[in-house]
Write a new protein. Sequence first.
Length: 266
Amino acid sequence: MTPSQPSRLAALGAALTRGIPALLAGCAFLAAWELYVDLSGIKPSILPAPSRIVTQGWLNREALIANTWPTLGATLGGFALSLAFAFVASILMDFMPFMRRALLPIFIASQTLPLVAIAPLVVLWFGFGLLPKILLVALVTFFPLLVALLQGYESTDRDIAELLHSMKASRWRIFRLARLPSALPYFFAGLRISITYAVVGAIFAEYAGAARGLGIYILNAKNNFRPDLVLAAVLVSAVLTLCLFGLTLLIQRLLMPWQPSGERRR
């Protein structure tokens, strides 16, 4: 066992310990739900028990898996577009303040558009394929990333920037060596916020028009009065969101290995 392995095991144990309260709260909620359904005699067509949701989800796992892949594709595609657009826009707005004054109000206004109104129009303009779903996911997720990056650039230590400037570093070099690293914690905070919106945005986009996907599966299950299958699909979307959220934490840990150590010391 290398010297670093005990510290990693200790960190893993600490993380598991921190997750125990949430796990206990979730189990208590599910137990109360199951108990209420059993004692009240409420019909499964109105409120299915958690055990029925899991059972029906397992029995219909092939359909759920088949509809999960399109949603995942739209989520990742839209999020990748959002990430690229937010990064490019943040650099332009950081290097050219007039671009920030010109574009930021437009981006803020774009977030006031109700998705329920804009989604059918995007589908009407771009068809029922993958593109409108990607665009809608990007619309939902890019603003938190943009704001996080801009805030991160502003957090750059002034002394470091002035030191690099005194060493005749170019503006791009100062950005790459000082401003961009300073923005990483803010960027990952925005990334975690955005990724939680991405799956929901993809599902909502599928509601507006799609051939397959969790959104269409939920819509069909609702029309067939199958709340158990609706909630099974919701469970799949929640698990998918948690997996993507965990992936962002893993990427942050790999790119910023010093931050977890600092958090443990605090």
